[in-house]
Ligand binder design. Structure first.
Ligand code: TYC
Length: 119
């Protein structure tokens, strides 16, 4: 009559001394960490019937660093199509641009609207 022996650590596939053919081979696994790019935000200008065209051109030159020809072009796009993307920025920059444009328009009593949208 043989008595069952108590279980030993070497019975376990991941136990000590078990890096033989069937046991733990000590393979090191690496989990790849993917670096996320920060989300970007589109800043858009909206058309209205009252803001003068020259004022919109000035806004685009002043806050979005456009030259006169670029600014005039984008202003006309907004005028004809209703809106246009005037730049793409990180959230903090986009938020600041919107606030600057809205404040500038309000101080000049124009109803110009500027908004941001996640890309
Ligand atoms: N539609 C305006 C006008 O005819 C001009 C305008 C252009 C207003 C772009 C706003 O974002 C705008 N005076």
């Amino acid at each position: 009559m043989t008595m069952p022996r108590p279980p030993l650590m070497t019975d376990r596939p991941d136990g000590p001394g078990n890096d033989g053919p069937d046991g733990n081979t000590g393979v090191v696994t690496k989990t790849r960490s993917r670096t996320q790019r920060p989300p970007m935000y589109k800043v858009m200008l909206l058309n209205d019937d009252y803001t003068p065209m020259e004022f919109v051109v000035h806004v685009l030159e002043r806050f979005f660093g456009m030259n006169h020809a670029q600014a005039f072009d984008i202003m006309l796009t907004v005028h004809k199509r209703g809106l246009a993307v005037v730049g793409v920025f990180s959230f903090e920059i986009a938020e600041t641009k919107v606030a600057q444009v809205m404040d500038f328009a309000r101080r000049h009593q124009h109803p110009l609207q500027c908004t941001l949208e996640k890309e």
